[in-house]
Design a protein around this ligand. Structure first.
Ligand code: NAP
Ligand code: G4F
Length: 333
């Protein structure tokens, strides 16, 4: 069979790293777009560097996207790059729009000009449902985003649909609900909690400051979710899919389970910090992935308690290794 080539933007992020692993397992030649940084930022894909090919490109720079496509000549493009942290989108709404909204149009336009046969995946978000009009949310639920991030992602979603309808591109939008892993950034609440639990358990911290404990999310496992991205691009026809577990839990539930996993009571350590509340909150997200189950054969394999446990275990191991490394440093002459 002839070589299959895939290009992943955002390959240095949580999802990019798992998707790159999946594509390599499936025999793809994998290209990753990275933006230039003054420091090393490839820790999540360090183990893959001999197997993937990195190209410098930025969603803010149209020409870099055209050059990237000409070099990689991909059959499939997965656009995972984004300013993905919701609170920052109130501090930098213009940057968030440039990357998460206009950046998608730049990439679609580059695909249309370089090779319109490329299959395209857009990383859309349940944050677009925002103040959700129905429970659970599916592909037909009206959108009411509540953050500059959600608004920008809504543009990214509709420009993807529009390029499919206008130019016949094979363009899919995956409306993914929150998905987590040991590779999640520590600013997101799941990893902030599991890292905090590990530090408290190992005596490195005494408390964990959190914002809104009542917010509910439909949390799944990132490895399951990147499989759904790949499945979308293997279908006969492009479409949009909600990817979710169909279960919602509160931030408080997450903290309770994570502390309980190491034999501690969350109430003894969690402090609510009002400065961490958002100008507008998304109170309750829960997804209905029936269409993905029916058309893609996709199902989540990891449920909430297992997800919390695997993240706590991973952070305990990481923090313990940090402690050992710092003791080693101290006794060196
Ligand atoms: P992440 O870990 O924050 O990764 C984001 C990636 O985007 C990083 O590789 C980052 O590069 C890159 N990036 C940021 N700005 C860029 C730019 N201007 N040009 C090129 N690359 C840029 O995010 P994630 O959790 O893997 O999420 C992947 C995608 O899915 C994002 O689009 C996110 O918005 C969306 N999404 C995520 C979830 C979730 O629960 N994880 C749910 C729904 C949708 P650096 O390493 O250089 O910063
Ligand atoms: O973990 P979060 O920051 O994720 P959020 O805002 O739901 O966004 C994530 O999921 C989206 C999909 O719906 C993605 F599109 C997006 O890129 C990102 O991956 O916050 C989850 C909830 C919020 O309601 C927040 O108010 O947790 C609440 N929370 C409570 N205390 C906190 C904290 N969030 C953070 N980050 N830090 C806290 O201390």
């Amino acid at each position: 069979m002839s070589e299959r080539r895939a290009l992943v933007t955002g390959i240095s992020g949580q999802d990019g790293s798992y998707l790159a692993e999946l594509l390599l397992e499936k025999g793809y030649r994998v290209f990753g777009a990275v933006r230039r940084s003054s420091g090393e930022n490839l820790h999540r894909i360090q183990h893959l560097l001999g197997d993937i090919e990195l190209i410098h490109a930025d969603l803010l720079d149209q020409q870099s996207l055209v050059t990237m496509l000409r070099r990689a000549r991909p059959h499939e493009v997965y656009n995972l790059a984004a300013q993905s942290y919701v609170p920052l989108s109130w501090e930098q709404p213009m940057l968030t729009a440039e990357v998460n909204a206009v950046g998608v149009a730049r990439l679609l336009e580059a695909i249309r000009l370089v090779n319109p046969a490329i299959r395209f995946y857009q990383a859309s978000s349940s944050e677009m449902f925002g103040q959700a009009r129905e429970v659970p949310q599916n592909e037909d639920t009206p959108l009411h985003p509540r953050s500059p991030y959600g608004v920008a992602k809504t543009y990214g979603h509709y420009i993807t649909v529009n390029y499919r309808e206008s130019y016949g591109l094979f363009a899919c939008s995956g409306i993914l609900f929150n998905h987590e892993s040991p590779r999640r950034g520590k600013e997101f609440v799941s990893r902030k909690i599991t890292d905090g639990v590990a530090r408290i358990k190992l005596g490195l911290a005494r408390e964990l400051r959190l914002g809104n404990l009542a917010a509910k999310r439909d949390w799944g496992y990132a490895k399951d979710y990147v499989r759904a991205m790949w499945l979308m691009l293997q279908q006969d026809r492009p479409s949009d899919y909600v990817i979710a577990t169909g279960e919602a839990h509160s931030v408080e539930d997450f903290a309770r389970l994570a502390f309980a996993h190491v034999g501690l009571q969350w109430r003894d350590f969690v402090r609510v910090d009002p400065t961490l509340f958002r100008p507008a909150e998304v109170d309750h997200l829960i997804g209905d992935a029936t269409k993905a189950g029916r058309e893609l054969g996709w199902q989540p394999t990891v449920r909430f308690p297992e997800l919390v446990a695997l993240m706590v275990e991973a952070d305990l191991a990481l923090v313990a290794a940090e402690v050992r490394a710092s003791r080693g440093t101290q006794i060196r002459p």
